[in-house]
Design a protein around this ligand. Structure first.
Ligand code: FCB
Length: 452
């Protein structure tokens, strides 16, 4: 076996306890949207609105992971990785988000976790990867403070059932996306366009995180507790004062808006001023409820941000290397980001890259294989970028590829493929791409090196 497949990454050093994994989320892979008592989520409803999903598709079938989970777990084991990051579908385990729990749903995740453990894999569980029960949306969703209480109940229910088996529980995945894309631009579920509401939603997400962590701590779990945030380092497009100011504000909206409450107990003043009358209503005591000790911050990184005061920067011009999403390939941004998060928030004791990867059009070749050199290079250079951050003293705990397999890419439907395993949706056949084989060889070589 050779490790030369990821040559740049192979030249870096990683701590012995560094965890290598792959990631998915429930709605994107499970399908079985109404099986065994599952309730509808806001993404089930959203997909039924005409025109909102690029290819008119839905998560009804997706990768049929709900039925094929055992085969999928074998596939993860065969990739040689140590960890699997997945999410629980809230409406599968508690169909209306309130009232009765659905034992069939709980049993599914228990089988999944037991199946991971039986294969020697570490389960990393995420509670909210966006699929809120529709019944809660019907009474205001994340805009309604009552949803915070429902989320804490959900967290405690899952923690009681699985918190002694899983390695880690993250409360939310990318609350910025839920707030901004779900409630301000409206391109994601629930599809609302209201900046004031979006700001209130972000506050309720943070509040529910803090209260859920506090409630789960009382259970004395084995699992470490944290949150997953999407981040991009913001660079000014030019050296002008206006562009620098814009980059600072964009960093405030994306990163400091979440990290300051989590670690410093306040919202960033510049963003509060920017929001003006749209700033969220914060009850007395909320900021203390949000700032509770956590064990890790998961960071999802795909690309950098370029800020220009007149919004003139367009990554599609200027010869930059772009993925199929139109996102620039910029590995140095990952090093810069990790180093700056550690510098600005030393209280974040452990950082993980919980998602990183690229969408590329991946035809299956005449030889039945997928020669995705662009993705292999993406993984190589980004893993190397994590190595560079480690060399600069950033306390990194692990790296997870987004994604294990091609899946439902939200508003892009099935047209964008992020998997290191190819999925033929007509047959549900899974084919590891060349990037999967390269990642496997790389991880196995790192694991073997530890044992000598
Ligand atoms: C992130 C999401 C994940 C996936 C990737 C491409 O924002 O957390 O579900 O869609 O982007």
């Amino acid at each position: 076996m050779s490790s030369s497949t990821l040559p740049t990454a192979s030249a870096k050093r990683f701590p012995d306890d560094f965890v290598w994994g792959v990631a998915t989320s429930a709605f994107q892979i499970e399908g079985a949207h109404d099986a065994d008592g599952k309730g509808p989520s806001i993404w089930d409803s959203f997909c039924r609105q005409p025109g909102v999903i690029a290819d008119g598709s839905s998560g009804d079938v997706a990768c049929e992971h709900y039925a094929r989970w055992e085969q999928d777990l074998d596939m993860i084991r065969d990739l040689g990785v140590e960890a699997y990051r997945f999410s629980v579908s809230w409406p599968r385990v508690r169909p209306t988000g309130d009232g009765e729990w659905n034992e069939a749903g709980l049993a599914f995740y228990e089988r999944l976790v037991d199946g991971l453990l039986a294969r020697g894999l570490k389960p990393y569980l995420t509670l909210n990867h966006w699929d809120l029960p529709q019944a809660l949306q019907d009474i205001g969703g994340w805009g309604n403070r009552a949803t915070v209480e429902r989320f804490v109940e959900y967290a405690v229910g899952i923690a009681k059932r699985l918190g002694h088996k899983v390695v880690s529980i993250a409360t939310h995945n990318e609350p910025w996306v839920v707030a901004q894309l779900g409630h301000e631009t409206g391109v994601f579920a629930p599809g609302l366009k209201d900046r004031r509401l979006a700001a209130q939603v972000s506050h309720h997400l943070l509040l529910s995180h803090g209260l859920a962590v506090t409630a789960m701590r009382e259970l004395q779990l084995k699992a470490s507790l944290g949150i997953v945030l999407n981040m991009a380092p913001m660079y000014p497009a030019t050296d002008s004062d206006a562009d620098r100011a814009k980059a600072r504000l964009e960093d405030g909206k994306l990163r400091r808006w979440y990290m300051d409450p989590l670690f410093n107990g306040h919202y960033p003043q510049d963003v509060i001023e920017h929001l003006g009358d749209d700033a969220p209503y914060v009850e007395a005591g909320d900021m203390d409820r949000i700032r509770v000790p956590i064990d890790f911050v998961g960071i999802n990184y795909y690309s950098r941000g370029m800020a220009s005061a007149d919004n003139s920067f367009d990554p599609k011009t200027g010869g930059l290397e772009l993925t199929d999403m139109g996102w620039e390939v910029y590995p140095q941004g990952l090093t810069d980001l990790l180093v700056s998060v550690h510098r600005d928030y030393p209280a974040a004791k452990r950082l993980y890259v919980t998602e990183n990867g690229g969408a590329f059009p991946d035809p299956v070749g005449a030889d039945g294989r997928v020669h995705d050199e662009d993705r292999t290079r993406y993984l190589d250079t980004h893993i190397a970028a994590v190595g560079d951050a480690i060399a600069q003293g950033v306390p990194m705990g692990g790296y997870m590829v987004w994604s294990l397999m091609d899946n439902f890419e939200w508003a892009s439907g099935y047209e964008k493929r992020f998997g290191i395993v190819h999925v033929d949706y007509a047959t549900q056949r899974r084919t590891p791409k060349d990037s999967a084989l390269a990642y496997r060889d790389f991880v196995l070589a790192r694991r073997a090196a530890r044992q000598v």
